[in-house]
Design a protein around this ligand. Sequence first.
Ligand code: GDP
Ligand code: MG
Length: 598
Amino acid sequence: TDISKIRNFSIIAHIDHGKSTLADRLIQATGGLTAREMTGNAQVLDNMEIERERGITIKAQTVRLNWKGYELNLMDTPGHVDFAYEVSRSLAACEGALLVVDAAQGVEAQTLANVYQSIEHDHEIVPVINKVDLPSADPEGVRQEIEEIIGLDASQAVLASAKTGIGIEEVLDAIVERIPPPKGDAAAPLKAMLVDSWYDPYLGVVILVRVIDGTLKHGQQVKFMAAGTTHLVDRVGCFTPKRTDLPELGPGEIGFITAQIKEVAETRVGDTITDAKRPAAEALPGFKLVQPVVFCGLFPTDAADFEKLRDSLYKLRLNDASFSFEMETSAALGFGFRCGFLGLLHLEIIQERLTREYDLDLITTAPSVVYEVHLRGGEVRSIHNPADWPDANAIESVEEPWIEATIYMPDEYLGSVLKLCQDRRGVQKNLTYVGTGAHARAQLTYELPLNEVVFDFYDRLKSISRGYASFDYHQVGHRPGDLVKMSIMVNGEPVDALSMIVDRANAEARGRGMCERLKDLIPRHLFKIPIQAAIGGKIIARETIGALRKDVTAKCYGGDATRKRKLLEKQKKGKARMREYGSVSIPQEAFIAALRMG
Ligand code: GDP
Ligand code: MG
């Protein structure tokens, strides 16, 4: 393809502003699929069930469109902060972006975060004000917001409705006219960026690439520069969105290759693919190895499901190189796995898929971030499992990861949000107001320790703002913290799944909250049950569950044999979902519930 006729772009939008619907419309308008192929409730670009339900896109997919003799490559980017690095590589593969803003909702936090990233990649940004068909649409107000908040010239914004089809041709024309063609040298040695990869049961690992220089061909021996591996390209093509084989991909083009690769883990997003015989002198800039930042233990409720859990984790990992797992044994929970994730949403997705697609009942231990623990001898350890926390006397100092969060909300919720951030050791960086009238929003920037955010910050934020606050974050490195390991003991026995690393100043309040919640969550037994929170050997909080009086049960059920049998059966069934600690049965639900902060 003539490089001057190529346009590479992505779509940036806050969740629900219409990115997927618009993408479908563009595919339809350019003839990529017939109307019949478009029908059905599944959006073409959102593949997996969970993505559809949550309305987010996890795996990038790219589609080639033909419009008036131009080759348009639409790059679908993941929509969540946890996948920030993948997003950055997708953006690096494009020269422009459509900025989709809901005409009734206006600019939201994720719009901002994504648009700034897009600007950093020198993109030409084409604003599209979508959903103009809605009675509540206020395109003029939103146009002003785009100018005031983002600082983009929105006088040429395209007014569109992805639902009714208004403005779709204008969007396509604007892509051709305003987004610049890529630059590249066909004669130079091959240099292509590995943008994404996924596992396909028929093809093996499929790799999405953006060719920068040179040509990528079928039968070529290629080298992955960061991974240091060599592969034979056995298929080259693009998606229209149907898979279409091509003889080659030239400079500026986006497409896919396969090279008999078995596991996604062998491919690294951001790697440079070059010709093995005539390699490029240097790799593309910006390569980064993504590392999990949030860890937790996953244990089968029923110990007999261990093998099934392991097989399921292997299957999930086939398609997701960014999540890690290793075997873990816990005194109380038995055999399970310590798993690492890119963030909380990533954790939730994996957990949900294990439960739903693989039908597993799981106990999840408290999520933990990665601490840098400096020991007195000078040794530094990265620790993400409270079980590995060194003895307090051996610790010189501890550093914990911090994030910078941007929260965006209607003014009326500001007070509660400030309090939440303050309670979570946040440091306020900035507070500004943007927009006017019905569109007025407070924009709050806070620095927060990641460990205060991992469990339920997002849930809390949504509930105190009735769903109106949006949240976005990036990491800003490790900082010193006064952190200690808090253990929870039930009937004198430590419940390892509930131990966690906490800020010393908050430890007592956290411990008290945990004990109080556990008191309500653990059913009475025939004996008194002390519940204690401790740091080292020191008890910092305590509650007691009173004993159940034997004669009460006897009296209640004594006379009625059927009822008694039923009760016994019910108890037996419930057993599988209980865990024994120092002869106390703790219901599965109690583990998660206890970790939620009041
Ligand atoms: P995404 O999260 O940005 O991918 O958003 P979707 O494309 O999934 O759209 C979110 C919701 O908005 C869906 O219910 C769409 O049907 C609806 N939607 C998208 N575009 C329009 C539009 O132009 N007008 C109206 N009325 N609804 C739209
Ligand atoms: Mg979508």
